[in-house]
Design a protein around this ligand. Structure first.
Ligand SMILES: [Zn+2]
Length: 394
């Protein structure tokens, strides 16, 4: 068994139990065996190892867990972005443009895009990335989207209910039947999760409930896009169904916040339904940001993710999202870093990710900085010096 010591860490974010929420240790070392963390402690007491990386006093944190990304698509929508910046509103209607391009693409083209974006994210410190389908919207193209996604991630999500495709525009009930029937059957072998875009102009609450229930019956976990473009029943539907995460949460009522807070674990370990905030979408659509403080103050577990997609948030950068969360959503730097690591892991119901404690997966990010604070303090600067994923330096 090969071992690796990451040594001489000036500031180590463990997200483990400690006096502060990030479980920070100073002058620390991490011992890795195969793909797991097996020891964390002071550098002075570090055990011997086969290989050693001296990080020279730099900060080290768990790899980012990006729990919401749409990577399987073709084409881009730069012109739509430019039009929006010139004043046109975002309606979600552009999704159909990407559907056309995705259906026309070869497997090789889709695979190349997924790998390019996954590589881009990895270089920015993302060691786990959820990947959704949702630009095929027919049986064959949803199934192949998930098959290609599963080559890159074990956290794959069936989003056949992204929008109603043009050919079903007059008969959405028939489309819901397709999603729950043959499409789910073809998608489920490659998917871990099911998701619905529950929004005016996409799927209403009855359709969303029906689709998510079918997914649950097929063994998939539930997550959903909710309350992004306006108030609505999505968040409370997510709580009703025991969703791992409700994503966006931009327009929330008091009852929505109360419903999320009501899913708290009795052990004080946060809420079973996580609120995943996607500030890249508000940035790229020039929309008001979600009220992160209201959620945090109510005790709701918050995750940050990129929503990487060609329409409303074409960024793969978790450090960018951290900077937005701090500057625009008034999260503290510590809250934002926790939400981008341990929070993302909670949103995927993974207790082996987002922490650097014995038994956790050995996903580490070495910063070109002495503290995690620099992720928000130095926005837009490439601060990721080295990434170790599954115990392997990248
Ligand atoms: Zn999304």
């Amino acid at each position: 068994m090969s071992s690796l010591l990451v040594d001489n860490i000036g500031e180590l974010v463990t997200n483990g139990v400690g006096a502060d929420p990030l479980g920070i240790r100073r002058r620390a070392a991490v011992l890795v065996e195969e793909d797991r963390v097996v020891w964390v402690g002071p550098s002075a007491y570090a055990p011997a190892a086969d290989h050693r990386i001296d990080v020279g006093g730099a900060a080290v944190l768990p790899g980012f867990v990006d729990s919401h990304a749409h990577l399987v698509f073709a084409g881009d929508r730069a012109a739509e972005f430019a039009a929006r910046m010139a004043g046109e509103p975002y309606t979600g209607g552009g999704i159909r443009t990407t559907v056309g391009a995705t259906r026309a693409a070869t497997d090789g083209e889709l695979r190349a895009t997924v790998r390019r974006l996954r590589g881009e994210a990895l270089r920015q410190g993302t060691t786990t990335m959820e990947i959704k389908s949702g630009y095929g919207l027919n049986v064959a193209d949803e199934a192949r989207s998930l098959r290609i996604a599963a080559e890159t991630s074990s956290e794959t999500t069936f989003l056949g209910a992204h929008v109603v495709p043009a050919e079903y525009a007059d008969r959405p009930d028939d489309y819901v039947g397709l999603v729950c029937g043959p499409m789910l059957a073809a998608a489920a072998p490659h998917a871990k999760w099911i998701d619905v875009f529950c929004e005016r102009g996409a799927f209403d609450v009855d359709h969303a409930r029906a689709i998510l229930a079918c997914g649950q019956a097929a063994g998939l976990g539930v997550r959903l896009h909710a309350n992004q473009l306006g108030p609505g029943p999505g968040v409370q539907l997510g709580v009703e169904l025991g969703a791992a995460s409700v994503d966006h949460c931009t327009h929330l009522s008091d009852a929505d916040v109360d419903a999320l807070a009501g899913t708290a674990h009795t052990d004080g370990f946060g809420t079973t339904t996580v609120a995943t905030l996607l500030p890249g979408a508000e940035f790229s659509t020039r929309s008001p940001y979600p009220d992160a403080r209201r959620l945090l103050d109510a005790g709701v577990t918050v995750a940050l993710a990129t929503d990487c997609n060609p329409g409303s948030s074409y960024t793969s950068s978790m450090p960018f999202c951290i900077a937005l969360a701090v500057r625009e959503m008034r999260m503290t730097p510590a809250e934002a870093v926790w939400a981008a690591t341990a929070g993302g892991a909670r949103a995927l119901r993974r207790d082996d990710l987002g922490v650097l404690t014995p038994g956790a997966r050995a996903d580490l990010v070495v910063l070109d900085a002495p503290s995690y604070l620099h992720l928000a303090y130095r926005p837009g600067v490439p601060l990721i010096r080295q990434v170790i994923r599954n115990g392997v330096p990248q």
